[in-house]
Design a protein around this ligand. Structure first.
Ligand SMILES: [Zn+2]
Length: 320
């Protein structure tokens, strides 16, 4: 391995709507650190182990698997690596709790989704379609039982200076990025992507959070850190982080204003806010993610005291 780190593109098979994920191998004195691990599908596993082999490493030489967050395309292979090679896996405690939730509800996650969404009056027909689409993912939610907790600022040695954990919640409650302290290059996971906006939503397993607020704070935190580049998990390197942060920040502020104005015109259900504010999606999986996104904006506006919830004969409706 000539460089200090190597980006590795892992295919995600046909179970994900994303094509691939970039994970990073970083050289240490004794082996490598791996940032994220790919989906638990044979394609991801084969590509990862072949690349390690090409670079002259055995899988046992992964000193640490650092998970930016507990999403299937990032954390999927963690269990397999831990079982087979005793790889130490690190994650932030908030996403560790998400993993516990999945473990507790193994095989019944779609029922949790149904129960959670039905409190907001999402129509049964929509719920049935969403449940059907989510079903195949249930078996992939299981993760390692033993994880080390990542703390803010925790450092890991590489052959060229340390990388430090930077807590960047929003996309998930325990999302962590890693900064190479010498060059200020940030391994950003899904914190910031070059083309799309990272999804921010409220799910049955993250009901207690205000993810949009967390995400806005994370944008501000990374802006102040003045990182030199961001190496994301999907898409191209972000060479001008400050500009990209400003674009995403501006987009979110406009969207907050749009939803607020929408709710000034009268009470709306979550489904109505979703359709009118974020667009109608026929595809059940897209609809699911847009509903969770709508909930994140509603939560944000509620906690800023700009929107209130009212329960009437239609169900829960929101008004500004
Ligand atoms: Zn993600």
């Amino acid at each position: 391995m000539d460089h200090v780190w190597v980006p590795v593109r892992l295919p995600l098979g046909d179970k994900s709507y994303l094509q691939d994920i970039t994970v990073y191998l970083i050289k240490t004195d004794t082996g490598v650190i791996l940032i994220d691990s790919g989906l638990n599908v044979p394609e991801s596993y084969a590509t990862l182990t072949n690349l390690l082999d090409q670079e002259g490493y055995r899988p046992e030489q992964i000193d640490a698997l650092l998970l930016t967050h507990y999403h299937l395309d990032h954390s999927g292979l963690a269990l397999r690596l831990q079982k087979k090679f005793f790889t130490p896996v690190y994650i932030h405690r908030n996403d560790g709790k998400v993993l516990e939730f999945f473990r507790k509800h193994v095989g019944s996650y779609t029922d949790c989704v149904e129960e959670f969404f039905s409190t907001f009056g999402i129509p049964d027909q929509t719920l049935t379609r969403i449940k059907r689409e989510l079903e195949p993912f249930q078996e992939l939610l299981v993760g390692p039982s033993e994880m080390q907790t990542l703390e803010e600022g925790q450092e890991f040695e590489t052959v060229s200076g340390n990388i430090a954990a930077v807590f960047t919640p929003g996309h998930t409650p325990g999302h962590v990025s890693f900064m190479h302290t010498k060059t200020r290059i940030l391994f950003g996971g899904d914190f910031l992507l070059e083309r799309e906006f990272p999804h921010v939503g409220i799910f049955p397993h993250t009901q207690q959070y205000n993810p949009l607020k967390d995400y806005i704070n994370s944008l501000e935190k990374i802006r102040k850190l003045r990182v030199s580049q961001i190496l994301p998990s999907h898409g191209k390197v972000i060479r001008d982080p400050e500009r990209r942060i400003a674009d995403v920040y501006g987009f979110i502020q406009n969207k907050i204003a749009d939803i607020y104005h929408l709710l000034k015109k009268g009470p709306l259900t979550v489904m109505q806010i979703c359709n009118q504010g974020f667009g109608y999606e026929h595809d059940a999986l897209s609809c699911f993610f847009l509903l969770t996104l709508s909930l994140a904006y509603i939560r944000y506006l509620q906690e800023e005291h700009m929107v209130v919830a009212k329960r009437d004969k239609v169900g829960i409706r929101f008004t500004a």
